[in-house]
Write a protein that binds this ligand. Structure first.
Ligand SMILES: [Ca+2]
Ligand SMILES: [Ca+2]
Ligand SMILES: [Ca+2]
Ligand SMILES: [Ca+2]
Length: 366
């Protein structure tokens, strides 16, 4: 009873409400880390990938800014947890805020839906606060590609053995738009979440937005008080970063997954003998055989242009066409007497112009 009174007092306290807002924020930020299964390693790539990044070993780093706090970094690491909600297997996400432990969340993948099963936070006054949802809170579903789609769900929440809280969520897919990140600009689904918590004297509603990219997950998050954008990630147990290109076709792994839906382990996804990267460079379709088409109508097929190293989008550039030999760039440095020129030019990058002019003037005086 004492604990119940303490909780009720706590949740009525403004600080506690703020904390709950933070909890919900963390939930929302982290959920996207959790949806991608090992599915994409074992199955052919669908034309429209529907899963959001989630797998044990995944890591996500965000740069954030929060009103009243300033800038911060958030790191999320995903683990597999077979004990907390046994016999249900859940993914546990541990997040660190500026390097300090921030909390844990558990998600369960159902059929076409990701459920938030619970979370745990450390509080200096109350110790560990563990939140569990009776049936899991449906948090995201797939495919998430239908603009305007809306889904509402609710569940009962227990906090440290105290039940009586109700949590509902209303999710809407608003639109798809470009999000500029430090390493790329990606087209993302903008999602609106309205979370409502009530019970034991508490009524709190939070509206927040997330931008989701298939396979990668949340790349941007905002609410009234803060904003976070993805700065780096390792997905698939760290085998995919923002820099890896497994098949060496010029397209980074994550872009093959999330942007072009090509096979990141095959340099020629559609088997038309033109590499994925080359096709993308020239606006061809890396997922369909367009070898025999002639994009620029110069009489030569795309494949012939590829094999000849010509531009399939430029009708003036075709196999066998006369191309003026470009004026060669001098590759040798003209020498002057005593090798002075070589010494001078080779030294420009390491000595100051003042030194050079002193040197020249000294030579002239000789
Ligand atoms: Ca590639
Ligand atoms: Ca191809
Ligand atoms: Ca093609
Ligand atoms: Ca051409």
């Amino acid at each position: 009873m004492e604990l119940i009174l303490k909780l009720i007092t706590a949740v009525r306290h403004k600080k506690a409400v703020s904390k709950l807002r933070g909890i919900l924020k963390v939930c929302s930020v982290v959920f996207s880390c959790l949806l991608l299964s090992s599915w994409f390693y074992t199955q052919a790539f669908a034309a429209d990938p529907d899963f959001f990044g989630q797998e044990a070993g995944n890591e996500f780093n965000y740069q954030g800014w929060e009103y009243g706090y300033g800038s911060y970094t958030l790191k999320e690491t995903v683990y597999l947890d077979t004990s907390t909600f046994a016999p249900t297997t859940t993914y546990k996400t541990v997040s660190k805020f500026d390097g300090e432990y921030d909390g844990e969340l558990w998600f369960e993948k159902g059929s076409g839906v990701l459920k938030l099963r619970g979370l745990r936070l450390w509080d200096e006054e109350d110790g560990w606060l563990t939140f569990k949802f009776s049936s899991g809170l449906p948090w995201a579903w797939y495919p998430v590609k239908q603009i305007g789609y809306n889904e509402s769900n609710s569940t009962t929440m227990t906090v440290n053995q105290i039940s009586g809280f109700n949590v509902s969520i209303d999710v809407t897919v608003l639109l798809k738009e470009s999000v500029a990140l430090g390493f790329d600009t990606l087209e993302a689904y903008k999602m609106k979440y309205i979370l409502t918590m009530s019970g034991n004297g508490l009524y709190e509603q939070v509206t927040l937005y997330q931008w989701q990219v298939s396979y990668i997950g949340t790349i941007k998050y905002t609410d009234d008080e803060c904003e976070e954008t993805l700065t780096s990630f390792n997905i698939g147990g760290g085998t995919i970063t923002q820099n890896t290109d497994t098949d060496g076709d010029g397209l980074k792994d994550y872009r093959e997954l999330a942007v072009y839906t090509t096979n990141r382990e095959s340099s020629d996804t559609d088997g038309d003998n033109m590499p994925d990267g080359w096709e993308v460079t020239y606006g061809l379709d890396p997922t369909a055989n367009d070898a025999s088409s002639d994009k620029d109508n110069d009489g030569y097929s795309n494949l012939q242009e590829y094999q000849s190293g010509t531009d399939p989008t430029d009708p003036e550039d075709y196999p066998g066409a006369f191309t003026p030999t470009p004026t060669p760039t001098p590759t040798t440095i003209p020498t002057v007497e005593n090798g002075f020129g070589i010494g001078l030019i080779a030294s420009i990058s390491v000595i100051s112009m003042l030194t050079i002019s002193v040197w020249i003037s000294k030579r002239r005086r000789k």
